[in-house]
Design a protein around this ligand. Structure first.
Ligand code: NAD
Length: 284
């Protein structure tokens, strides 16, 4: 039977640590502020934004919400971001994706100052990760490293197979595992012999965006299985990219869905925000 990696409990621990830290910083007169921009009213985005605001409130981070109408132009959005870049009272800027089709995501990502890019999407931060410099790291992969470390799972020297190569999960995750001295293989939709490669993994991370695709056939006995996927199954229940019931008896440790990777993403966003504030020296 696998150890269940409890992301809910670990993320709570991180939020409580941050709450303490923010309290101390406030006592020194330093307040942390996150600007959260949402364009349009996509229901999923509204849920994510709501959860981020809730986490800010819990920790003691001020959140400033910018709820813009669907028809906001790219120019207007970029102009708001520029104002927030210049505002020394704002430490982190987050623009909820996806954006309406008439706004180029790339332009928006590039416009956010790398020092306030708490999502870790700016090319400067991505580049810093590639060459091992300090910078903000995408929250979901950063959260997975925390999950592994806080669960006492050794990474160094392990064979890690990352399934998925997206900019926000797969690629940064592979780089972080490399930084932790794992031997990393990245698989994707055109990988041949996926099952065979997955079966070589000591740590298998699935971020493919397809419900319960990774069945028992992909998993070697004793593997640590990390499931990034979030879907609703036919019964409207949440499930991941991994077929949990098949994987769990084989794995040595596994993240459930829900309650595994999911809660870590927001906790790491909060961590990045506090970090951004500590990095900024002028603002009090
Ligand atoms: P994406 O669609 O951008 O990327 C999917 C990747 O999987 C691609 O690189 C593709 O090559 C690969 N892939 C697709 N089908 C494959 C197959 N059959 N075999 C091998 N590789 C295949 O997705 P993403 O943004 O990386 O997200 C992946 C999943 O994680 C989604 O379910 C998403 O909802 C979830 N997600 C969860 C969190 C969280 O906080 N828990 C955060 C981000 C994404």
């Amino acid at each position: 039977m696998a150890k269940i990696i409890d992301g809910k409990q670990i993320s709570q621990q991180i939020k409580d640590e941050l709450k303490e830290e923010v309290k101390k910083l406030k006592a020194e007169g330093r307040n942390c502020c996150l600007a959260v921009i949402q364009v349009g009213n996509d229901p999923a985005s509204s849920v994510y934004v709501g959860n981020k605001k809730k986490a800010c409130a819990y920790i003691g981070i001020e959140s400033r919400a910018y709820e813009l109408p669907e028809e906001t132009t790219e120019e207007e959005l970029l102009s708001l971001i520029e104002d927030l870049n210049q505002d020394s009272g704002v430490h982190g800027i987050l623009c909820q994706l996806p954006l309406p089709a008439h706004i180029r995501e790339e332009k928006v990502i590039d416009a956010i100052s790398p020092e306030k890019d708490v999502d870790g999407f700016h090319p400067q931060n991505v580049g810093a990760l590639v060459i091992g410099r300090k910078g903000f790291v995408s929250c979901t992969p950063a959260g997975i490293i925390e999950l592994l470390k806080r669960s006492g799972i050794e990474i160094e020297g392990k064979r890690c197979v990352m399934i998925g190569r997206s900019n926000i999960v797969g690629k940064p995750m592979a780089l972080l595992m490399l930084r932790e001295n794992a031997t990393v293989t990245v698989c994707h939709s055109r990988t041949r012999n996926l099952k065979e490669i997955c079966k070589e993994a000591d740590i298998l991370i699935a971020a493919i965006g397809k419900p319960q695709q990774i069945t028992g056939e992909y998993i070697k006995e004793g593997t640590v299985v990390i499931d990034v996927g979030i879907h609703r199954n036919a019964d409207n229940k949440l499930c991941g990219d991994v077929a949990f019931a098949e994987a769990e008896p084989l794995a040595s440790a596994i993240t459930p869905v829900p309650g595994g990777v999911g809660p870590m993403t927001i906790a790491m966003l909060m961590k990045n925000c506090v970090e951004a504030m500590k990095n900024g020296s002028a603002d009090k």
